[in-house]
Design a protein around this ligand. Structure first.
Ligand code: GLY
Length: 319
Protein backbone atom coordinates (compact mmCIF):
# COMPACT_ATOMS: atom_id res chain seq x y z
CA UNK A 1 0.00 0.00 0.00
CA UNK A 2 1.31 3.47 -0.87
CA UNK A 3 2.09 5.74 2.06
CA UNK A 4 -0.53 8.34 1.16
CA UNK A 5 -3.26 5.69 0.96
CA UNK A 6 -2.22 4.26 4.29
CA UNK A 7 -2.47 7.58 6.10
CA UNK A 8 -5.90 8.21 4.58
CA UNK A 9 -7.07 4.80 5.74
CA UNK A 10 -5.58 5.40 9.16
CA UNK A 11 -7.33 8.72 9.62
CA UNK A 12 -10.71 7.45 8.46
CA UNK A 13 -10.59 4.10 10.23
CA UNK A 14 -9.07 5.51 13.39
CA UNK A 15 -11.36 8.49 13.65
CA UNK A 16 -14.44 6.42 12.90
CA UNK A 17 -14.04 3.84 15.65
CA UNK A 18 -16.45 3.92 18.55
CA UNK A 19 -15.07 2.21 21.60
CA UNK A 20 -18.40 0.50 22.28
CA UNK A 21 -18.07 -1.37 19.00
CA UNK A 22 -14.63 -2.74 19.72
CA UNK A 23 -14.00 -6.40 20.46
CA UNK A 24 -13.28 -6.98 24.15
CA UNK A 25 -10.94 -9.91 23.59
CA UNK A 26 -7.44 -9.65 22.32
CA UNK A 27 -7.52 -11.01 18.80
CA UNK A 28 -3.93 -10.62 17.75
CA UNK A 29 -2.26 -13.70 19.14
CA UNK A 30 -3.27 -15.53 16.00
CA UNK A 31 -3.99 -12.74 13.55
CA UNK A 32 -0.65 -11.02 13.62
CA UNK A 33 1.66 -13.97 14.03
CA UNK A 34 4.01 -14.10 11.04
CA UNK A 35 2.90 -10.72 9.72
CA UNK A 36 5.19 -8.90 7.38
CA UNK A 37 6.67 -5.89 9.13
CA UNK A 38 6.48 -3.04 9.95
CA UNK A 39 4.10 -2.85 12.90
CA UNK A 40 3.37 -0.15 15.51
CA UNK A 41 1.55 -0.73 18.80
CA UNK A 42 0.60 1.87 21.41
CA UNK A 43 -1.52 2.56 24.47
CA UNK A 44 -4.90 4.35 24.25
CA UNK A 45 -7.25 4.86 21.33
CA UNK A 46 -6.61 8.65 20.93
CA UNK A 47 -3.04 7.74 19.93
CA UNK A 48 -4.14 6.31 16.55
CA UNK A 49 -2.83 9.49 14.94
CA UNK A 50 0.55 8.97 16.57
CA UNK A 51 0.62 5.40 15.30
CA UNK A 52 -0.23 6.65 11.80
CA UNK A 53 2.73 9.03 11.95
CA UNK A 54 5.04 6.27 13.18
CA UNK A 55 3.90 3.99 10.35
CA UNK A 56 4.44 6.79 7.82
CA UNK A 57 8.04 7.06 9.05
CA UNK A 58 8.52 3.28 8.82
CA UNK A 59 7.09 3.17 5.30
CA UNK A 60 9.62 5.83 4.30
CA UNK A 61 12.21 3.16 5.17
CA UNK A 62 13.36 4.74 8.43
CA UNK A 63 14.08 2.68 11.52
CA UNK A 64 11.90 1.90 14.52
CA UNK A 65 13.67 4.46 16.73
CA UNK A 66 12.81 7.30 14.31
CA UNK A 67 9.24 6.00 14.13
CA UNK A 68 8.86 5.97 17.92
CA UNK A 69 10.24 9.48 18.31
CA UNK A 70 8.13 10.97 15.51
CA UNK A 71 5.00 9.10 16.56
CA UNK A 72 5.18 10.14 20.21
CA UNK A 73 5.90 13.76 19.25
CA UNK A 74 2.39 13.91 17.72
CA UNK A 75 0.82 13.23 21.14
CA UNK A 76 3.28 15.47 22.97
CA UNK A 77 2.32 18.51 20.89
CA UNK A 78 -1.44 17.89 21.02
CA UNK A 79 -2.98 20.47 23.41
CA UNK A 80 -6.14 18.36 23.74
CA UNK A 81 -4.22 15.47 25.24
CA UNK A 82 -4.27 16.23 28.96
CA UNK A 83 -1.87 13.49 30.05
CA UNK A 84 1.17 14.00 27.80
CA UNK A 85 3.37 16.99 26.93
CA UNK A 86 1.75 20.29 25.92
CA UNK A 87 -1.72 20.48 27.50
CA UNK A 88 -0.88 17.89 30.16
CA UNK A 89 -2.49 18.45 33.54
CA UNK A 90 -0.08 20.12 35.97
CA UNK A 91 1.03 18.96 39.41
CA UNK A 92 -0.46 20.17 42.71
CA UNK A 93 1.50 23.43 42.39
CA UNK A 94 0.13 24.12 38.91
CA UNK A 95 3.40 23.19 37.14
CA UNK A 96 3.53 20.79 34.17
CA UNK A 97 6.33 18.25 34.71
CA UNK A 98 7.16 15.59 32.15
CA UNK A 99 8.70 12.10 32.15
CA UNK A 100 9.77 10.11 29.08
CA UNK A 101 11.97 7.21 28.04
CA UNK A 102 13.16 5.54 24.87
CA UNK A 103 14.95 2.27 24.06
CA UNK A 104 16.35 0.86 20.84
CA UNK A 105 17.02 -2.63 19.50
CA UNK A 106 20.66 -2.51 20.56
CA UNK A 107 19.72 -2.24 24.24
CA UNK A 108 20.48 1.49 24.41
CA UNK A 109 18.21 3.53 26.65
CA UNK A 110 17.63 7.18 27.54
CA UNK A 111 15.16 9.00 29.75
CA UNK A 112 14.20 12.30 31.29
CA UNK A 113 12.32 12.89 34.53
CA UNK A 114 10.67 15.97 36.07
CA UNK A 115 11.40 17.97 32.91
CA UNK A 116 9.68 21.34 32.60
CA UNK A 117 8.86 23.73 29.74
CA UNK A 118 10.17 21.48 26.96
CA UNK A 119 7.52 20.30 24.48
CA UNK A 120 9.18 17.05 23.37
CA UNK A 121 10.66 15.04 26.24
CA UNK A 122 10.86 11.94 24.00
CA UNK A 123 13.39 13.74 21.79
CA UNK A 124 15.39 14.85 24.83
CA UNK A 125 15.37 11.25 26.09
CA UNK A 126 16.71 10.13 22.70
CA UNK A 127 19.50 12.71 22.90
CA UNK A 128 20.40 11.57 26.43
CA UNK A 129 20.71 8.06 24.97
CA UNK A 130 22.70 9.10 21.92
CA UNK A 131 24.84 11.99 23.17
CA UNK A 132 25.71 11.15 26.77
CA UNK A 133 27.13 8.27 28.75
CA UNK A 134 24.06 8.34 30.99
CA UNK A 135 20.60 6.83 30.89
CA UNK A 136 18.58 9.41 32.81
CA UNK A 137 18.66 13.18 33.32
CA UNK A 138 16.22 14.88 35.69
CA UNK A 139 14.80 18.29 36.53
CA UNK A 140 16.92 21.39 35.96
CA UNK A 141 19.79 19.29 34.59
CA UNK A 142 17.54 17.72 31.97
CA UNK A 143 16.20 21.15 31.00
CA UNK A 144 19.71 22.65 30.78
CA UNK A 145 20.77 19.73 28.55
CA UNK A 146 17.69 20.25 26.34
CA UNK A 147 18.29 24.01 26.00
CA UNK A 148 21.98 23.46 25.21
CA UNK A 149 20.90 21.10 22.45
CA UNK A 150 18.57 23.50 20.69
CA UNK A 151 15.22 22.85 22.37
CA UNK A 152 13.04 25.91 23.06
CA UNK A 153 11.66 26.87 26.46
CA UNK A 154 7.85 26.97 26.19
CA UNK A 155 4.80 27.38 28.40
CA UNK A 156 3.11 23.96 28.37
CA UNK A 157 0.17 24.87 30.65
CA UNK A 158 -2.91 25.40 28.48
CA UNK A 159 -5.96 27.35 29.63
CA UNK A 160 -7.92 24.07 29.72
CA UNK A 161 -5.37 22.33 31.95
CA UNK A 162 -5.09 25.37 34.22
CA UNK A 163 -8.89 25.51 34.59
CA UNK A 164 -8.96 21.80 35.54
CA UNK A 165 -6.26 22.43 38.15
CA UNK A 166 -8.18 25.39 39.65
CA UNK A 167 -11.33 23.25 39.76
CA UNK A 168 -9.41 20.44 41.47
CA UNK A 169 -8.06 22.85 44.10
CA UNK A 170 -11.59 24.11 44.82
CA UNK A 171 -13.39 20.74 44.86
CA UNK A 172 -10.61 18.17 45.16
CA UNK A 173 -12.25 16.35 42.24
CA UNK A 174 -10.12 14.88 39.47
CA UNK A 175 -11.40 14.86 35.89
CA UNK A 176 -11.46 11.54 34.03
CA UNK A 177 -8.22 11.23 32.18
CA UNK A 178 -6.58 8.60 30.08
CA UNK A 179 -2.86 8.31 30.51
CA UNK A 180 0.66 7.91 29.20
CA UNK A 181 1.51 7.08 25.62
CA UNK A 182 3.65 3.95 25.39
CA UNK A 183 4.59 2.87 21.88
CA UNK A 184 6.59 0.04 20.29
CA UNK A 185 7.54 -0.45 16.65
CA UNK A 186 9.25 -3.13 14.59
CA UNK A 187 10.82 -1.91 11.36
CA UNK A 188 11.53 -3.59 8.01
CA UNK A 189 14.86 -4.86 9.35
CA UNK A 190 12.98 -6.61 12.15
CA UNK A 191 14.40 -4.25 14.79
CA UNK A 192 12.24 -3.19 17.75
CA UNK A 193 12.28 0.14 19.60
CA UNK A 194 9.95 1.60 22.21
CA UNK A 195 9.15 4.86 23.95
CA UNK A 196 6.95 6.34 26.65
CA UNK A 197 5.93 9.94 27.39
CA UNK A 198 3.67 11.47 30.03
CA UNK A 199 2.86 14.47 32.17
CA UNK A 200 2.22 11.91 34.92
CA UNK A 201 -0.57 11.67 37.40
CA UNK A 202 -2.79 14.77 37.35
CA UNK A 203 -2.18 17.09 40.34
CA UNK A 204 0.58 14.87 41.77
CA UNK A 205 2.88 16.21 44.49
CA UNK A 206 5.47 18.58 43.06
CA UNK A 207 8.59 16.50 42.45
CA UNK A 208 6.77 13.20 41.90
CA UNK A 209 8.27 11.03 39.17
CA UNK A 210 6.34 8.05 37.85
CA UNK A 211 7.17 4.86 36.01
CA UNK A 212 7.60 6.40 32.56
CA UNK A 213 11.32 7.29 32.77
CA UNK A 214 12.24 4.09 34.62
CA UNK A 215 13.67 1.54 32.21
CA UNK A 216 12.12 -1.82 33.04
CA UNK A 217 9.06 -0.26 34.66
CA UNK A 218 7.08 1.53 31.92
CA UNK A 219 9.28 0.41 29.04
CA UNK A 220 11.49 -2.49 28.10
CA UNK A 221 12.50 -3.86 24.72
CA UNK A 222 14.88 -6.66 23.83
CA UNK A 223 15.50 -7.38 20.18
CA UNK A 224 15.74 -11.12 20.86
CA UNK A 225 12.29 -11.23 22.42
CA UNK A 226 10.04 -8.19 21.97
CA UNK A 227 8.88 -5.40 24.25
CA UNK A 228 6.32 -4.10 26.71
CA UNK A 229 4.98 -0.69 27.78
CA UNK A 230 2.71 0.37 30.61
CA UNK A 231 0.18 3.04 31.42
CA UNK A 232 -1.81 3.72 34.58
CA UNK A 233 -0.72 4.39 38.15
CA UNK A 234 3.04 4.36 37.86
CA UNK A 235 3.76 3.59 41.51
CA UNK A 236 2.29 0.10 41.06
CA UNK A 237 4.31 -0.47 37.89
CA UNK A 238 7.55 0.73 39.50
CA UNK A 239 7.15 -1.63 42.46
CA UNK A 240 6.83 -4.64 40.17
CA UNK A 241 9.02 -3.59 37.20
CA UNK A 242 6.15 -4.73 34.98
CA UNK A 243 7.61 -4.21 31.51
CA UNK A 244 10.84 -6.02 32.34
CA UNK A 245 8.82 -8.81 33.94
CA UNK A 246 6.69 -9.20 30.81
CA UNK A 247 9.69 -9.33 28.47
CA UNK A 248 11.43 -11.88 30.69
CA UNK A 249 8.30 -14.06 30.74
CA UNK A 250 8.12 -13.81 26.94
CA UNK A 251 11.77 -14.86 26.81
CA UNK A 252 10.78 -17.99 28.72
CA UNK A 253 8.17 -18.75 26.06
CA UNK A 254 5.04 -17.11 27.45
CA UNK A 255 2.78 -15.35 24.93
CA UNK A 256 2.56 -11.53 25.12
CA UNK A 257 -1.06 -11.86 26.27
CA UNK A 258 -0.28 -14.30 29.10
CA UNK A 259 2.75 -12.25 30.15
CA UNK A 260 0.62 -9.06 30.41
CA UNK A 261 -1.94 -10.99 32.47
CA UNK A 262 0.77 -12.26 34.82
CA UNK A 263 2.14 -8.73 35.37
CA UNK A 264 -1.33 -7.34 36.16
CA UNK A 265 -2.09 -10.30 38.46
CA UNK A 266 1.13 -9.62 40.34
CA UNK A 267 -0.05 -6.06 41.07
CA UNK A 268 -3.47 -7.40 42.10
CA UNK A 269 -2.03 -10.02 44.46
CA UNK A 270 0.42 -7.70 46.17
CA UNK A 271 -1.95 -4.80 46.89
CA UNK A 272 -5.01 -4.80 49.13
CA UNK A 273 -6.57 -1.46 48.24
CA UNK A 274 -6.80 -0.87 44.53
CA UNK A 275 -9.56 1.75 44.57
CA UNK A 276 -8.75 4.45 42.00
CA UNK A 277 -5.84 2.37 40.68
CA UNK A 278 -5.42 1.04 37.18
CA UNK A 279 -2.40 -0.63 35.64
CA UNK A 280 -2.35 -1.53 31.95
CA UNK A 281 0.21 -3.25 29.74
CA UNK A 282 0.71 -3.80 26.03
CA UNK A 283 3.33 -6.27 24.79
CA UNK A 284 4.67 -7.03 21.33
CA UNK A 285 6.72 -10.09 20.45
CA UNK A 286 9.30 -10.16 17.68
CA UNK A 287 7.01 -12.51 15.78
CA UNK A 288 4.37 -9.77 15.71
CA UNK A 289 2.05 -11.11 18.42
CA UNK A 290 0.32 -8.41 20.48
CA UNK A 291 -0.99 -8.83 24.02
CA UNK A 292 -2.80 -6.34 26.27
CA UNK A 293 -4.33 -6.53 29.72
CA UNK A 294 -5.38 -4.13 32.48
CA UNK A 295 -6.51 -4.23 36.08
CA UNK A 296 -9.75 -2.33 35.40
CA UNK A 297 -11.99 -1.81 32.40
CA UNK A 298 -11.76 0.79 29.63
CA UNK A 299 -8.12 0.39 28.63
CA UNK A 300 -7.72 0.67 24.87
CA UNK A 301 -4.71 0.17 22.65
CA UNK A 302 -3.80 0.69 19.01
CA UNK A 303 -2.29 -1.72 16.49
CA UNK A 304 -1.05 -0.42 13.15
CA UNK A 305 0.22 -2.37 10.17
CA UNK A 306 0.66 -1.10 6.59
CA UNK A 307 -2.88 -2.34 5.98
CA UNK A 308 -4.76 -1.10 9.03
CA UNK A 309 -4.76 1.35 11.93
CA UNK A 310 -7.22 0.33 14.63
CA UNK A 311 -7.85 0.51 18.35
CA UNK A 312 -9.11 -2.31 20.55
CA UNK A 313 -10.52 -2.69 24.01
CA UNK A 314 -8.31 -4.66 26.36
CA UNK A 315 -9.53 -7.50 28.52
CA UNK A 316 -9.17 -6.79 32.27
CA UNK A 317 -8.86 -8.53 35.63
CA UNK A 318 -11.24 -6.83 38.10
CA UNK A 319 -14.59 -7.57 36.47
N1 GLY B 1 2.02 6.02 34.15
C1 GLY B 1 2.26 7.37 34.28
C2 GLY B 1 2.55 7.82 35.62
O1 GLY B 1 2.15 7.20 36.59
O2 GLY B 1 3.20 8.82 35.76
Amino acid sequence: MKRRNFIKTGAVTGGGILLGQLPTKNIFSKTFANISYPIVVSTWEPNLNSNAKAMEVLLEGKNSLDAIEQGIRVTESNPDDTSVGYGGFPDADGIVTLDASIMDWKGNAGSVAFLQNIMHPISVARLVMEKTKHVMLAGQGAKKFALENGFKEENLLTKKAEAAWIEWKKKNKKPNNHDTIGMMAIDKNNNISGGVSTSGMAFKLHGRVGDSPIIGAALYVDNAVGGAVSTGNGEYVMRTLGSFLIVEKMREGMSPQKACELAVERVYRSNKNLDDVNVCYVALSKSGEVGAYSLKKDFTYCVTTPQSNKSYKSDFLMK
